[in-house]
Design a protein around this ligand. Structure first.
Ligand SMILES: Cc1cc2nc3c(=O)[nH]c(=O)nc-3n(C[C@H](O)[C@H](O)[C@H](O)COP(=O)(O)OP(=O)(O)OC[C@H]3O[C@@H](n4cnc5c(N)ncnc54)[C@H](O)[C@@H]3O)c2cc1C
Length: 421
């Protein structure tokens, strides 16, 4: 009976523009949690809060897309190791198996005094606790000449969905011996090894279908995650194909999307494909909720993921300034479980234990050649602090590298089922 009523809510709020908060409909007074963003952080938090409270908390998840395409493994799609559809996941089980009200709409405002969220479709959702996991947005003007309007010519492919398909189509259609330019982002950004795994996968693809192509990487950083491992792989598997220019020399002055040009140190470089990954900040809804700091990220209380600006709001994943944890799907999923425990404790009086956090970032550098970096973390007063870590070594044998890659396949299956049920 209850589930039927909730199911009717799916998509209904946006479509009708009517206030349909679940307790009002059900005539109950369960505490209400609204989760904004159905990605690695938000989907996990919604599922765990609903599941572990056994229906005692009314959970609404607001997410515009009906199918979530993971950025994780999008690079494997780029390299031809996976098809695109294998990275897509739907929200059906969150609704049917866990009773989460899934509302497909954009959150466009947060009224912290009224404790309500307004949706693009016109509805207002009231909450006792709000969980924000909106991922990232790009910093306007961080790459001169590039704006969101340019993303159809120079894709970022740094949010899930069609951008990855566009970049892959451009790579597939590149003229023989053409040039790919990658403009890498400054710190901090989503998935520290992400651009470099992508470069490896682009090179893998080119080696198969366009072996005289070149990949030029302009990077404002002096060094990057798993650098020695990537550089070893580039020399071993793609010798002469990839040129990485970092630090001051890697700073791009301007990109010209219409002309497909990139200007570096006064020199104009013609690109056949140009992947621009701009500087990042927390998803704009966090700014609208006024929970971002001067650098555009959300400061949090480490043990509970509560916003330092508002204890009724928890922030997860890439949007956080959390201390030592990298912005990764693994981190967001790990933080979501700590957040779910804290939210349940606040709203139902259940017991909360000191949270433990962990992360591993795997990268595929060539066929059956996987590398990884990871760590465990704990909450201190100031930050989520690294306790101990590990990293693959250069020169590892092929069996170990294959095993590392296979671990990543297990992780992908595990995290996506932990997010979506
Ligand atoms: C190329 C690439 C490779 C990667 N590889 C890995 C990897 O191998 N391992 C790993 O752990 N991580 C990886 N990542 C990083 C990972 O994708 C992110 O760190 C993770 O998705 C962050 O989770 P999140 O919940 O913060 O944001 P997301 O997963 O991006 O979810 C945010 C959601 O919020 C929604 N949203 C935004 N604004 C609103 C709004 N106003 N209203 C409603 N909904 C909204 C969005 O539609 C989105 O679905 C990779 C990233 C990239 C780009």
């Amino acid at each position: 009976m209850t589930i039927v009523t909730r199911r009717r809510l799916i998509g209904g709020v946006a479509a009708t523009g009517v206030l349909l908060s679940a307790p009002a409909v059900l005539g109950q007074s369960r505490p209400k949690v609204v989760v904004i963003g159905g990605g690695a952080g938000g989907a996990t938090a919604a599922r765990y809060i609903a599941k572990d409270s056994k229906g005692a908390i009314d959970v609404t998840l607001v997410e515009p897309t009906r199918r979530y395409y993971t950025c994780f493994f999008s690079n494997l799609y780029m390299g031809g190791f996976r098809d695109f559809e294998s990275t897509g996941h739907s929200y059906g089980k969150l609704a049917s198996d866990y009773g989460v009200n899934v509302v497909h709409d954009w959150a466009i405002g947060v009224d912290r005094d009224q404790k309500s969220v307004s949706l693009a479709g016109g509805a207002e959702l009231s909450y006792d606790r709000l969980v924000l996991s909106p991922g990232i947005d790009f910093v306007d003007g961080s790459v001169a000449g590039w704006s969101l309007e340019s993303q159809t010519k120079m894709p970022h492919a740094y949010k899930g969905g069609t951008q990855a398909q566009l970049l892959k189509a451009q790579l597939d259609g590149m003229p023989e011996g053409g040039t790919v330019v990658v403009v890498a982002p400054p710190n901090p950004y989503r998935c520290p090894p992400g651009p470099y795994e992508r470069i490896s996968m682009m090179a893998h693809l080119m080696k198969q279908q366009n072996p005289t192509a070149k990949i030029l990487v302009f990077d404002p950083k002096e060094k990057f995650s798993k650098m020695a491992l990537f550089q070893e792989a580039w020399a071993n598997h793609y010798d002469g194909m990839i040129e990485w220019v970092g630090g001051d020399f890697g700073a791009v002055e301007e990109v010209r999307p219409d002309a497909m040009e990139v200007v570096v140190d006064g020199e104009i470089i013609k690109a056949d494909v140009c992947n621009v990954i701009p500087a990042m900040k927390a998803g704009v809804i966090a700014e609208k909720a006024a929970v971002t700091n001067a650098k555009g990220w959300c400061d949090i209380v480490p043990a509970t993921l509560q916003s330092r600006a508002d204890p009724n709001i928890h922030v997860l994943g890439d949007a956080t300034n959390n201390g030592d944890m990298p912005k990764s799907g693994y981190s967001a999923n790990s933080q979501a479980k700590a957040c779910a425990m804290a939210v349940r404790a606040e709203l139902t009086g259940s017991k909360a234990f000191p949270p433990k956090f962990s992360n591993t970032c795997w990268s595929l550098v060539a066929t059956d050649d996987g590398v990884k970096v990871g760590a465990s973390y704990e909450a201190t007063e100031e930050k989520i602090a690294k306790v101990d870590g590990f990293i693959s070594q250069t020169g590892e044998n092929a069996d170990l590298r294959k095993q590392t890659y296979e671990e990543s396949l297990g992780w992908y299956a595990g995290i996506t089922s932990d997010m979506f049920g």
